[in-house]
Design a protein around this ligand. Structure first.
Ligand SMILES: *Cc1c(COP(=O)(O)O)cnc(C)c1O
Length: 405
């Protein structure tokens, strides 16, 4: 980045991760070197640590409207997702080996499913419609006697699409009711709520889920800390064995500062949710409208309304998403692209490919994601709107020249 060109960073990549809130840092502070006891120790320092964990757990349980014994701390969203998928699969494999997920799940869900396929499980990858919403009819038809788990994300990390979680829960519970004679508890329903946590309802009773993942990294909390909500009565096979912490489901000395930080972060986003959703929705819609107007041949990816208030994902045809991101970076603007690039291959985003549009590959390679957050304001958006058209024009004229050669 050219230091002379910019005065400050304009961060529009809040879906990748968020800065840790000052209040969160402050709350964590004393648990590094003052109250550092092992929560399993019987002495006073250990008991103080135990109390702090219990307190954090009950504050989180209150927000999720669940019991304290239903909140499991793990070391991140990826681990919670893995625990949900492998935990259910390995615990309930004698009842069936069929699992249903959507095609647009995070890799923390899809990769474990690929591993399970090698173990002999059968995975149904559900289609989404052109706006990115899971097809509920297909979901209902995919449920089988041997289905042990359905995992559908609450909101997508790339295109921000919000799935109808409580409707999906209803379809699953209706199916269970019909199957009642054989099995009461299966299939279980997990949702990955990492992206949703800052904006949507987290009441697990309203949602009707058995398992739910949410992490600190996306809600102004620390990274490498998350919870897996697990409805009481649901069994899981652990991923990690040892001292039996976290109800025997996640052994290892608890990471007290991060746990305390997660509780504070969740309380803060919960408190500001209503206001932030309203504020960001307005900014999002302004941003989308302007981009589509200012830049010819640009299209919105994902649903226009059923999307996270902070997500803008557009494809600008004829340019590579990566090139746009790098040029935006020259202006201090941090955005993202769906297509994960490594030195050998340019893999198009599985999410945008799943939208099933004509020219899907081109749309995927030209996609850019701006995700807004608590420090985003209209001035920042206007700045991006000022520089973006010029960047696109330059990139398009470069590719026109190379095409002629
Ligand atoms: C970020 C994210 C994850 C992974 O969480 P980590 O805490 O980075 O391991 C999983 N699912 C979704 C939807 C995410 O956005």
């Amino acid at each position: 980045m050219d230091k002379n060109k910019i005065k400050k960073i304009i961060y529009m990549d809040y879906a990748a991760t968020t800065p840790v809130a000052i209040e969160v840092k402050k709350e964590m502070e004393k648990y590094w070197s003052k109250i550092y006891g092992n929560p399993s120790s019987l002495h006073s320092l250990g008991r103080m640590a135990r109390e702090a964990i219990d307190n954090a757990r009950s504050r989180i349980a209150k927000i999720l409207n669940c019991g304290t014994d239903e909140v499991i701390f793990t070391a991140g969203g990826t681990e919670s997702d893995n625990l949900a998928i492998f935990g259910v699969a390995h615990k309930y494999k004698d009842y069936g080996k069929h699992i249903i997920v959507s095609k647009i799940e995070h890799h923390a869900i899809l990769r474990p499913c690929e591993v399970l396929e090698k173990e002999g499980f059968e995975i149904t990858y559900l289609d989404i419609d052109k706006d990115g919403i899971v097809n509920l009819e297909k979901l209902a038809k995919s449920l089988r006697k041997d289905t042990i788990l359905v995992s559908i994300m609450y909101a997508n990390n790339e295109i921000g699409t919000i799935q109808p979680i409580s409707e999906i829960a209803k379809i699953i519970s209706d199916f269970k009711f019909r199957m009642q004679n054989e099995r009461k508890t299966l299939p279980l329903f997990h949702t990955d709520a990492c992206q949703a946590a800052g904006f949507l309802d987290l009441n697990v009773k309203n949602l009707g889920v058995d398992l739910m993942t949410l992490n600190g990294s996306k809600i102004y909390g620390p990274k490498q800390i998350a919870i897996l909500y697990k409805k009481s009565g649901v069994k899981l096979e652990p991923l990690i064995y040892g001292g039996g912490q976290e109800f025997n489901l996640r052994s290892g000395t608890e990471n007290l500062p991060l746990i305390v930080g997660l509780a504070k972060a969740l309380e803060l986003v919960e408190k500001n949710k209503k206001f932030e959703v309203k504020r960001l929705t307005k900014l999002r819609d302004y941003f989308i409208k302007k981009i589509l107007k200012l830049i010819p041949q640009s299209i919105l990816n994902g649903h226009a309304i059923k999307r996270l208030p902070n997500n803008i994902n557009v494809s600008i045809l004829g340019v590579e998403g990566e090139s746009v991101i790098l040029m935006l970076d020259d202006y201090g603007i941090c955005a993202s692209t769906g297509s994960a690039c490594n030195s050998k291959s340019l893999e198009p985003s599985h999410v945008i490919m799943a939208l099933g549009k004509a020219e899907a590959k081109e749309i995927a390679h030209s996609s850019i994601r701006f995700t807004l957050g608590k420090f985003t304001n209209k001035k920042e958006i206007n700045y991006v709107l000022k520089v973006l058209p010029g960047i696109i024009e330059r990139l398009r004229s470069i590719s026109a020249i190379t095409a002629k050669k």
